[in-house]
Ligand binder design. Structure first.
Ligand code: DAH
Length: 338
């Protein structure tokens, strides 16, 4: 009898020690103290013993019963406690230094876009938007670029249908606005453009342009020049020099490309300007009379200028960035610098 009780004590203690969930404890209770439990059976059989032995064995068995019960309830408390700690997110060390929240900021291109746009908004231009999915008519034909025009080769496009494409430039916004409104107009538009260019240090298939144009009576090349001077000097600094180079765009006549004195070497010649001292920043010109006629204006009565620029290119020149792909790789080490 004594040995049997001792064995139960050892077994039960070991099982209780090992138990890791509350349900196991209930099983152990049933196994020893339940109606058919091992200890219960023993107690029931006490009647078969000698009276002298009986009372001693009874005391021992009851002791053991209390022992097991108290072990069980201790362990139950322990497991409850542990469960609660897990639930409360155990392991929170309130003495650890806090984590700095990562503070978001505008993407450098968004910032550059805003900076450019703000300059024109201050001068009374209104902001217009056009669709990124454009018809071939607005993107090319209405801009004096018929389908057999070689200029189309330089703007290899993503076609979504026969006559629908992702716009290759923001210039179609000129047409959309002029169709709807009568002069005088001073408009700026900005947004994404798309071309089928393989990505390299100076090309990405998606990029941003800003388009600016003004139409009124007696707008001359002098107005274009004046506006560009104000713009370039607000953006790159008062000492920046401007140079116009004759060029060609189908929707402007005459057309000019605009260079600024190199923002890095101030015109002395460096690797950024390839020793030329000048950087090309945008295309411009007087709106072609054909374009004015297309939107129903009379070129004898009104005239206008237009210019357009790549936002990435401007940001690259401004911040000395040598690879356009950096803007779109989303590497925080790059983006955090702005
Ligand atoms: N859209 C032209 C391009 O992507 C840039 C441009 C040139 C826009 C002359 C103009 C302009 O408005 O007058 O190459």
């Amino acid at each position: 009898m004594k040995e049997k009780l001792e064995q139960i004590r050892k077994e039960a203690s070991a099982l209780i020690d090992k138990a890791s969930v509350m349900e196991e404890l209930e099983e152990i209770r049933i196994k020893y103290l339940g109606r058919r439990g091992e200890l219960t059976q023993l107690l029931r059989n006490l009647g078969g013993l000698e009276p002298s032995e009986r009372s001693q064995a009874g005391r021992m068995a009851n002791n053991l019963r209390e022992h097991i019960e108290s072990n069980l309830s201790q362990k139950l408390n322990l497991l409850r406690e542990a469960k609660r700690e897990v639930e409360l997110g155990q392991g929170v060390d309130i003495t650890l230094p806090g984590r700095n929240p990562q503070i978001g900021r505008m993407h450098p291109i968004t910032r550059q876009l805003k900076e450019i746009t703000d300059i024109f908004l201050k001068m009374g231009f209104i902001l217009a938007e056009g669709p990124e999915i454009e018809t071939e008519y607005y993107n090319f034909a209405a801009l004096n670029t018929p389908s057999d025009h070689p200029v189309r080769d330089t703007q290899d496009s993503f076609y979504l249908g026969k006559k629908i494409l992702l716009r290759t430039q923001t210039s179609p916004v000129q047409i959309r606005i002029m169709e709807k409104f009568k002069p005088p107009l001073k408009v700026i538009s900005a947004g994404r453009c798309f071309r089928r260019d393989a990505a390299d240090a100076s090309h990405t298939p998606m990029f941003h342009q800003v388009e600016v144009f003004q139409v009124d009576k007696n707008i001359t090349f002098g107005d274009l020049k004046g506006m560009l001077e104000i713009f370039v000097r607000s953006l790159f600094g008062r000492k920046t020099k401007l140079r116009f180079r004759p060029s060609f765009f189908p929707f402007t006549e005459p057309s000019a490309e605009v260079d600024i004195s190199c923002v890095i070497c101030r015109g002395k010649g460096c690797s950024v300007c390839r020793r030329k001292g000048w950087l090309e920043i945008l295309g411009s010109g007087m709106i072609d009379p054909n374009v004015l006629k297309t939107v129903g204006y009379n070129p004898e009565e009104v005239s206008g200028y237009a210019f357009g620029m790549g936002v990435e290119r401007i940001a690259m020149l401004k911040y000395g960035i040598n690879d356009i792909r950096l803007f779109f790789e989303n590497d925080l080490r790059f983006l955090e610098q702005f």
